[in-house]
Structures are given as structure tokens and as C-alpha cells.
Write a protein that binds this ligand. Structure first.
Ligand SMILES: O=C(O)CCC(=O)C(=O)O
Ligand SMILES: [Fe+2]
Length: 387
């Protein structure tokens, strides 16, 4: 597996071996890239963060994460030394077995039984940007104390009766929670956080209000007025996506001022507030040993906008039934998410050098409240987890 060529070397305060000057010049030296240079997402190996002694490796992984988050908000994370590839393959197989059941069987664990967030959503039940998504799915959330299904998000998970399903998924959830903390530590280093600052940030994510989702995509019918999954940003912290080998389905939008997308139709589902209509959609096809990782809106706040949560969508035109298994590593439900000092320091330094105006500030949010606002509409209407 090739490693990403790291265009930036950043000051890693968790391993204070690189000078602040180097960090400044790295930020100033962000190259403006051409469309073809941007067309492949970077591949980052998390391996050095699995070993405490690998200081140099850690610096390069942290720097690569920082560069990828500045440039794309999306990257491949090579986790081949963290999990056996057979594990997510087995999850996809189990999901397939569930989705192949008769409709009435699947409906036994419908979202409506619970809090409208946990359970099974039928094909086209989810709506994004006003259009029904051509997929079905099952969602599981971090269990809560004193569940009450009358309250949004506060119900109980509903597990399929497919043999081995719950056990295998629960094992994966534990691994992805651990991976979430590892990647957060590496990103904290990439942002130049001090060990004390990382300890503080860790308390915001050490009891993640995670979401585990299994999605089934039949082929998109010709002329269908909608997508397999409409363009959206993920709203939490980090998404780790395992998908089966279907090519050309997941697409990532890279805003590029001045770059006009060839097919104007493809812009029709960019949320209006985006205000950017220039850029391109690139494929994020699965790579062996890797998950596709992207940052959600909480990282946009923490980084005070340095990192962008990137639009993505799924168009599955193939003839097979595609399965994907995203895990959403989110902040704690009560986490107060606000711009981090480390991000403000970077912006301050960059501004001094570039003589730009004052950096835009993001307002703090309590993650759980933010999430409730996002899914609140699902609770009343039963639609729209990506809205
Ligand atoms: O199925 C995929 O490839 C992406 C799904 C996704 O973006 C999501 O569930 O948020
Ligand atoms: Fe997504």
C-alpha cells in the first residue's frame, strides 16, 4: 500500500521535534492544485499510531491527516494492520442476508417501533434534499441509560435475528470506537495540539455517541428522479466507511473555484446553502485494507473552518446489489464543541503572514443538541437522516 506523499510538514506539539517555523511555511506553501492532481484521495496508514515507539511514523501520519483534512476532508485510511479484512467482509455478508429477507421480516425491526432513529428503513424511506434515496438500511446508536422510545434518539437498538449479526457488529463497533480515538489523537497532533489540549479534547469524544449503519443499494433505475444517496455532509466527527468492491458508486465533491462541472445536472442536488457550484465529483472507490474516512461538521467547528466537511453522494448505476457499512465516530452526547486554540493559532499565524482579515469564528454547539436538531425532523416525519 502506498503512503500519501505529504505536502505539508506541520509542527506536532505532541512530539515537539519540528519547528513552528516549519509549520508556518508549510501552511503558506499549500500548493494550488490542478483538477487532475486532486482527482485521487490520499491514502494514510494509521499503523504508526498503533505503536507508541514509532515517533517518526507518527509525525508523518499526523502531517498527512492534517494535509488531507485541509485539502479534501476525505481520505483512505489503511487499517490493514488494525483489523482483518475478513471482518468487514463478514459484516457485509450478514447485511446482505438481512436485506434479502422478505419485506415483512425486515419490517419487524422498523424505525417506527422505536425512536425513528434505531432500526430498519425501507427502500426510499430516507429522503435527502427532497428526493427519496434509492437505498434501504439499518441504524444502531450508542445505547442509552433509561431508554424511552417516545424521546428522539432515546430508544433501543433493534437487532436482526440473522445468526451472528449482533455479535459480529458489536465486535466491529468496539474496534471502530478504538480506531476513532486513535485517529483523533493523530489529528490532534496534526493540528499542533499540546498533550494537555489533546487530553481535554479526548474528554469530548471518549464516550462517543456513535452510529453504526448498514446500507443496501439496489441498482438505480434508469430515469430515477433522485440518487442512491443524495449529496450531504456527515454531521459528526469521523466516518469510517467499509463498502463492498462495487466501483463508481461513492462520489466526493471537491469545490474548485473556476472549475465548471461538465454535466450541470450533477449540480442540482448540491444543498443551496453551499453556494459553490464550481468543482468536480470524484470517485472514492474502495481500496483493499482501507476504509474511506471523512470528517463531519464537528471537525469543521473544532478547526474553525480550516477543515471542511465535504459533500458526498452515492450513484449506484451498476447491476449488482451494493452494500456499505459506515461507522460514525461522534463526540460524546454532552460534548461542547467549539473552535480549538490550536486551530486559532494556525489561523492567527497564517493571517499575520498573509495580512488577511479576521478569521471567521464558528459558534459552539453541544453535540447532542445539534444532533437532535438534525434528526428532529426524522422523528416527526420519519424521513431525512442526511438533511
Ligand atoms: O454508502 C456509501 O458509500 C456512503 C454512505 C454515506 O455517505 C452515509 O451513510 O453517510
Ligand atoms: Fe455520508
Amino acid at each position: 500500500m502506498t503512503r500519501v506523499g505529504v505536502p505539508l510538514s506541520v509542527c506536532l506539539r505532541l512530539s515537539p521535534t519540528v519547528s513552528e517555523e516549519a509549520q508556518r511555511s508549510a501552511l503558506m506553501a499549500q500548493p494550488s492544485r490542478t483538477a487532475s492532481q486532486l482527482s485521487a484521495l490520499p491514502i494514510i496508514n494509521i499503523e504508526p499510531y498503533l505503536h507508541t515507539h514509532d515517533g517518526k511514523g507518527r509525525i508523518s501520519t499526523a502531517a498527512a491527516l492534517h494535509a488531507a483534512c485541509l485539502q479534501y476532508g476525505f481520505f483512505y485510511l489503511d487499517i490493514s494492520t488494525f483489523v482483518d479484512p475478513s471482518e468487514p467482509e463478514e459484516l457485509a455478508r450478514l447485511a446482505r442476508e438481512f436485506f434479502a429477507l422478505p419485506q415483512a421480516e425486515k419490517d419487524k425491526i422498523t424505525l417506527a417501533n422505536e425512536d425513528h432513529a434505531r432500526g430498519y428503513a425501507r427502500l426510499r424511506e430516507n429522503v435527502t434534499n427532497g428526493k427519496a434515496d434509492n437505498h434501504e438500511g439499518i441504524d444502531f446508536y450508542r445505547p442509552v441509560e433509561h431508554p424511552d422510545k417516545r424521546k428522539p434518539l432515546w430508544g433501543e437498538n433493534q437487532w436482526p435475528t440473522v445468526p451472528g449479526f449482533r455479535e459480529k457488529y458489536e465486535r466491529w463497533i468496539e474496534k471502530m470506537k478504538a480506531l476513532g480515538l486513535i485517529v483523533m489523537e493523530a489529528m490532534a497532533a496534526g493540528l499542533g495540539m499540546t498533550p494537555e489540549e489533546w487530553s481535554e479534547l479526548r474528554t469530548q469524544v471518549d464516550d462517543s455517541f456513535w452510529v453504526m449503519r448498514a446500507i443496501g443499494y439496489p441498482p438505480l433505475p434508469n430515469g430515477y428522479d433522485g440518487y442512491s444517496c443524495g449529496a450531504h455532509r456527515d454531521y459528526g466527527c469521523l466516518t469510517f466507511l467499509y463498502a463492498d468492491s462495487t466501483p463508481g458508486a461513492l462520489q466526493v465533491f471537491l469545490p474548485q473555484p473556476g472549475l465548471v462541472v461538465q454535466n450541470p445536472q450533477s449540480l442540482s442536488n448540491i444543498p443551496k446553502e453551499e453556494g459553490v457550484e464550481e468543482g468536480m465529483w470524484i470517485n472514492a472507490d474502495p481500496l483493499p485494507g482501507c476504509v474511506v474516512c471523512n470528517i463531519g461538521e464537528m471537525w469543521e467547528i473544532w478547526s474553525n473552518g480550516l477543515y471542511k466537511s465535504t459533500l458526498h453522494r452515492v450513484i449506484h448505476n451498476g447491476s449488482n446489489y451494493r452494500v456499505s457499512i459506515p461507522f460514525f465516530f461522534e463526540p460524546n452526547f454532552n460534548a461542547l464543541v467549539q473552535p480549538l486554540s490550536a486551530a486559532l493559532r494556525i489561523q492567527d499565524d497564517t493571517q499575520k503572514m498573509q495580512k488577511n482579515g479576521v478569521a471567521e469564528k464558528y459558534s459552539p454547539v453541544v453535540y447532542g443538541e445539534f444532533l437532535l436538531r438534525k434528526v428532529g425532523s426524522n422523528f416527526s416525519t420519519g424521513t431525512g437522516k442526511y438533511n
